[in-house]
Design a protein around this ligand. Sequence first.
Ligand SMILES: C[S@@+](CC[C@H](N)C(=O)[O-])C[C@H]1O[C@@H](n2cnc3c(N)ncnc32)[C@H](O)[C@@H]1O
Length: 285
Amino acid sequence: MIRQAKISFVTFLSGASVVLLPPLMTIIPSASFLWQDLWHALLMIHFLVCNGAFSAIYVHQKDSYKIAVRAGNLGFAFGLSVLLSFYSTWWCHFGWYMMALTFFHWSEYQTTALTNSKSLTLESFLLDHSREYKLAAVASCLEFVLENLIFPDLKQLHWVSGFGAVLTIGGEILRKLSMFTAQTNFNHHIQHTKQDGHILVTRGVYRLFRHPSYVGWFAWSLGTQIMLCNPVCLIAYTIVSWRFFNERIYEEEICLLNFFGEDYLEYQRRVPTGIPFIYGYQQML
Ligand SMILES: C[S@@+](CC[C@H](N)C(=O)[O-])C[C@H]1O[C@@H](n2cnc3c(N)ncnc32)[C@H](O)[C@@H]1O
């Protein structure tokens, strides 16, 4: 495993365990006298590792510190979200949402580190995705909070949230399966020139859809809004994500046709894009 993958893995785990271990320790009666001291020790280690000492130890490797801060704090937020979903009735589904969000961003980095380390940068966390993406996240939190105040019963439709959770988890799995299948051929940025060793991937999940990672992300983003029982954001996310993927797939397929010619045309004939009513770039013959 490469160094960045190890740092991101250890610090995410440390962030999550610092929050989750204390309540877990109280479940084991014989361990309860120990938990406070252990928790304090863990808390200190976590903040040293993620937010301070890393920079001193790796003073010549500033990127290690930056990875640790991001992964560690995502882990910390993930742990808090798990607690929220277990301990709160009214905020339970918001806890699920935060779990999905923090895990998604951490796992994008971790999977890129494991499958295509050459393309790995801090951007691989996708935390600075775009202004629209951040606005969408803020809007979904606002809608949840407002509706929780005005129509609290709407947020207690457990079967709707359960369906959203299944969609979110399914989308996440499909996206990561795509990254593991495509390996170095997968890149967070559309490639406009063909790199050495770039081959056309048509196996595994690419047998089902031409754009499985986008199908996964699309399902994930709609799943999060269903999970939150957010009707307004669900409609807005469907329209905005559909338009985003429609444009992106069109642009990506022009490049893929340039790279792989007849092989890609034949692939297009056999396999659908995977997102309803998106057909990609259709070359006129
Ligand atoms: C973010 S990845 C998305 C891949 C694919 N659209 C998907 O949804 O799984 C974008 C990069 O993948 C590459 N790519 C897309 N489909 C590919 C395929 N079937 N085989 C190899 N590379 C592909 C493109 O060249 C682009 O640079």
